[in-house]
Design a protein around this ligand. Structure first.
Ligand code: AMP
Length: 470
């Protein structure tokens, strides 16, 4: 399958060739023709699967095929300038976007906007802008005054602009909800309903989500019209290109020593270390910097400018170790990230999947390592049940945990693990290797109770968080 055979406009094909894309990913293969045909879509796919292009390319195709704006038509900004030149009081005109992409976080919104700029590099007169919490209002007003065709926004800030009459959705043709499950997790349901309610019923709606069950499914039914359902169960969803493992730690000092050791792995290019709290992200980034790593923290308490600068440094390779919280690191797409570390386990198994998806991007392999206290056994089991993949337990010589709830069984040389060693969870056996969390050989499928670690329940059954990047 080629992009040409999907029937995309020549200017888009040119941009894809420039980007080095040779063939569509499975989500693109299925979503693009359906979207070009004008269908509503419900797509279950993970970040990393190429979903941004799956919704953006057919939209750009549609805009590329539209007749040009009438000669002499002015943008709101030009009208304002013309009115001022005439000495008139400028008449305010709200922006009238043709496409709206809603994302849970600022980082994802910026990424979608950057990808859009790349895909429409050869199309004239098309503007995509991000409307995000944390960005100064005057700057956003200026962006809106250019009447962009495409808005990529986080829900909270978008509502602020809608309430103050800066945006009019009456001309909207395409609505995309990107990572809809995450937006709902973050408590954006009312905002989403309000935004959807302000758009024309004739719009085309595309909803992308890791899962289409439960609350997401219910909302999807309400906001789509006879949608085509696309379920992508490929390796990108299962993260088969990411070798996962668990290291048991006795205490914080043991955890820190193992982390420092693993960060010196010669196969590591860049890493993301996930912490449970913003404070820990700062503390660990400071500690790693003192230890000689080029580390930086990324979390929601930082101003957007500082977050952007940190992400830029990560992209440029100046930051090698990013220490981040879940929300801040959501959607980060930096190909150089070879390793993800769970310094703290995530609260929910879904977050584990999102976290490890920061590595192994765009067809590469990656490594995801969780540093787990002995009392967090049940937590790992829940992740294994959710991902339907066993996570092997590894022990590094010289860094063995004192407690032997999981028998020391590896005499693998430190740093000897390689991305891709453990495709599909089946890591190589041999001298001491190849155990999953339950003490069974990795890849053995079901994990009967008994041989496994009997850790305490980690008390994570609390209510879902309600926070966001307003
Ligand atoms: P996404 O799932 O949209 O975040 O995309 C994940 C990564 O895959 C991004 O770095 C994209 O630039 C890249 N990508 C998307 N589609 C393709 C493709 N057809 N060929 C190669 N890379 C792609």
């Amino acid at each position: 399958m080629t992009f040409e055979s999907l029937g995309l406009h020549a200017s888009i094909i040119k941009a894809l060739t420039d980007a080095g894309y040779t063939q569509p990913t499975s989500v693109q293969e299925q979503a693009i023709p359906a979207a070009i045909a004008g269908k509503d879509l419900l797509v279950s796919s993970q970040t990393g699967s190429g979903k941004t292009a799956a919704f953006m390319l057919p939209a750009l195709h549609k805009f590329a095929s539209l007749p040009p704006a009438p000669v002499g038509a002015k943008t709101p900004n030009q009208e304002t300038q013309a009115a001022r030149a005439r000495g008139d009081r400028p008449r305010f005109r709200p922006a009238q976007p043709k496409m709206l992409v809603l994302t849970p976080t600022r980082e994802l919104a910026l990424q979608v906007t950057t990808a859009t700029d790349k895909y429409c590099a050869h199309m004239r007169r098309l503007k995509a802008v991000s409307i995000l919490g944390g960005m100064p209002y005057p700057k956003q007003m200026q962006l809106l005054s250019r009447n962009p065709e495409i808005l990529v926004a986080t829900p909270g800030r978008l509502i602020d602009h809608m309430d103050s009459g800066k945006i009019d959705f009456s001309q909207l043709e395409i609505l995309v909800l990107d990572e809809a499950d995450r937006m709902l997790d973050m408590g954006f349901i009312d905002d989403i309903e309000k935004i959807v309610g302000a758009t024309p019923a004739t719009r085309q709606t595309m909803l992308f989500s890791a899962t289409l069950d439960g609350v997401v499914g219910n909302m999807a039914k309400r906001i789509t019209n006879n949608p085509q359902v696309i379920q992508i169960a490929g390796s990108a969803t299962k993260h088969e290109n990411i070798s996962q493992r668990v290291h048991f730690v006795d205490d914080l000092s043991h955890k820190n020593r193992i982390l420092d050791h693993l960060l010196r792995d010669v196969t590591m290019d860049q890493a993301v270390v996930f912490t449970a709290t913003k404070r820990d992200a700062d503390t660990i980034a400071d500690r790693l910097n003192i230890a000689g790593f080029a580390a930086a923290a990324l979390h929601g308490d930082m101003h957007q400018g500082a977050r952007n600068r940190t992400l830029d440094s990560l992209r440029r390779g100046q930051v090698r170790v990013l220490v981040a919280t879940d929300v801040a690191a959501r959607g980060i797409d930096v190909p150089g990230i070879t390793h993800v570390f769970n310094y703290d386990l995530p609260k929910f198994p879904e977050d584990y999947v999102h976290r490890i998806g920061r590595t192994g991007r765009a067809g590469r392999n990656g490594v995801a390592i969780s540093l787990v206290n002995h009392a967090e056994g049940m937590h790992v089991k829940r992740i294994e049940r959710f991902t339907k993949q066993p996570i092997p337990v590894d022990v590094i010589e010289g860094f063995e945990p004192k407690k032997s709830a999981v028998p020391a069984r590896s005499n693998r040389k430190p740093g000897g693990w390689r991305p891709g060693d453990n495709r599909g969870g089946a890591r190589p056996t041999g001298a001491g290797g190849g155990r999953n969390f339950s003490g069974k050989p990795a890849g053995a499928g079901s994990r009967p109770d008994g041989g496994g670690y009997k850790g305490a329940r980690s008390g994570d059954s609390g209510a879902r968080r309600s926070y966001g990047d307003r």
